[in-house]
Structures are given as C-alpha cells and as structure tokens.
Design a protein around this ligand. Sequence first.
Ligand code: SF4
Length: 90
Amino acid sequence: MTVRTAPTGTESTLAELLPLSDARGWHRAACRGDPNHEAWFPYPSEDFAYARTICASCPIRAACADFAAETGQSGVWGGHEFDRGRMVRE
Ligand code: SF4
C-alpha cells in the first residue's frame, strides 16, 4: 500500500492515511488526530521540527520508520524524513 499525500479537500487525520493494519499498531500512532497534516505530508515537510517532536513520543516509531523504508514512502515517518524510501533527514 502506498501512502504519499493527503487527499485534497478532506478532513482525514494522518492516522487514517496510514496502512490499515493492526500488525504494526498504527492505532497507537502519536500523530493520530493531529490537525497539522502538512508537518508529515506532503514531502518535503512544511514543519519537520513539529512532526519530529510528536514522533519522539510515539510507541511505534521504529516500526513506522521501517515501514517507510521498506515500502518507499515519502514524508515524515518515525521522526525521520523520507524521499521514496530513502532517509533524507534524521
Ligand atoms: S512515528 Fe510519527 S509518523 Fe509514525 S505513527 Fe508515530 S507519530 Fe505518526
């Protein structure tokens, strides 16, 4: 599943854009319900520092970053910024 940008004109939260899998515990995402979507998507982040701060307290941070690397995602995942699966900002 590829998640790259928020759909235009919706009120979706970032957690809703994440893969619908309980295997990685996405329902526990610290970004769940956060209104500042642009901090995570699209790439490049419009507020990397903000996203990084939220990610720092996320219980699934490592799995999130692994997912982004494994599936070629762009945006902020696991407190890091990715460009098509390649980490560009730690
Ligand atoms: S690590 Fe960051 S982007 Fe990933 S689920 Fe947690 S808060 Fe969201």
